[in-house]
Design a protein around this ligand. Structure first.
Ligand SMILES: NC(=O)c1ccc[n+]([C@@H]2O[C@H](COP(=O)([O-])OP(=O)(O)OC[C@H]3O[C@@H](n4cnc5c(N)ncnc54)[C@H](OP(=O)(O)O)[C@@H]3O)[C@@H](O)[C@H]2O)c1
Length: 292
């Protein structure tokens, strides 16, 4: 199939392009910063012209403003990229008969639920990033019926800065690191997510799906396993969210249920510690030793 990826120079975008091309698809990899295939998703005329020229079967939108804390001060820009642009894209796709897959986030939820979040649970974002991403979901659903929205969380991968890479870097510089232990989610490897996105597209899926690696963790659990698997002696100290203030509030629990994905595809993603080992192994193979 002919596929077009936006935000293809980002952490997920890089692995997704590799996964789709490896699966025999013809992939156009675009990004606002790409010299060869520049596409700024906030420019509706450019989006239309690009889709008219490329005529892909699917657009997979990985482009986003993902700096969660920066979104607090730049909510207008975040809303333009994460909220309005997916709406234009959906309108053009609906007009040209192109399917749209859009990546969204666990941060559309407020984190007050005790168990895992299902796709139909009520959304109620508690920070600017979550509000902008929810706006993107709503804008798409208003403009097309056969959209695919994939909510994911806590990503790590070779193609960009992420929590695991930050812990490895800090572990080189410090003997102990304070990490929050009272926020829970599912750490997810972008390579596993990319495979799952390919499966959903090849299955012609539609609707909202939660996709993440299996198993629940706190940031503290993830940091502990990272230093353990990397063979480092750095001490990880558990601290509360209250003692680690950040500009953007984070949901206390944003564990996503992937039952709908498994029912639709028959696939299970690996448990997160196995995914983490895979990521650390690929960093060694690639010779990556710090925050990318
Ligand atoms: N990272 C996570 O933990 C996480 C968790 C949940 C959901 N998600 C979602 O997963 C998706 C991929 O995330 P990621 O971590 O791979 O993000 P990322 O590494 O920040 O990649 C996003 C890419 O989009 C590009 N971009 C920004 N504005 C653009 C525009 N106007 N037009 C075209 N490209 C633009 C970025 O370029 P610049 O870098 O030059 O700005 C970057 O290359 C996003 O939808 C994100 O919201 C991520």
């Amino acid at each position: 199939m002919k596929l077009l990826v936006t935000g293809a120079l980002g952490m997920l975008g890089r692995d997704l392009v590799h996964e789709l091309a490896g699966g025999g698809h013809l992939v156009s990899a675009t990004d606002a910063a790409s010299p060869a295939a520049c596409l700024d998703i906030t420019n509706p005329l450019a989006v239309r012209a690009c889709l008219l020229k490329e005529k892909p079967r699917w657009v997979i939108n990985c482009a986003a403003f993902t700096k969660v804390d920066a979104c607090e001060e730049q909510e207008e820009l975040a809303t333009r990229i994460n909220g309005d642009a997916p709406g234009y894209m959906a309108a053009v796709c609906a007009d040209l008969g192109i399917r749209l897959a859009h990546i969204s986030t666990d941060y559309v939820f407020d984190g007050t639920k005790t168990g895992p979040y299902h796709e139909d649970d009520p959304t109620n974002p508690i920070n600017a990033y979550g509000r902008s991403k929810l706006k993107g979901e709503t804008a798409i659903a208003e403009r097309m019926d056969d959209y695919l929205i994939i909510r994911t969380q806590w990503l790590f991968g070779l193609g960009g800065p992420n929590f695991v890479a930050t812990i490895l870097k800090l572990a080189e510089e410090r003997s102990s690191i304070d990490v929050v232990y009272d926020q829970f989610g599912c750490p997810t490897y972008t390579r596993d997510l990319a495979k799952a996105i390919r499966v959903l597209i090849e299955n012609d899926a539609r609707g909202i799906f939660h996709v993440c690696n299996r198993g629940k963790a706190s940031w503290y659990d993830l940091a502990k396993k990272t230093v353990e698997f990397a063979g480092l002696s750095t001490q990880i100290n558990p601290v509360t969210t209250e003692n680690f203030p950040r500009p953007a509030k984070r949901p206390a629990n944003s564990v996503l249920s992937t039952m709908r994905f498994t029912d639709a595809t028959g696939k299970l993603l690996p448990i997160w510690p196995a995914a983490l080992q895979g990521y650390l192994q690929s960093r060694l193979t690639k010779g990556t030793n710090s925050t990318e």
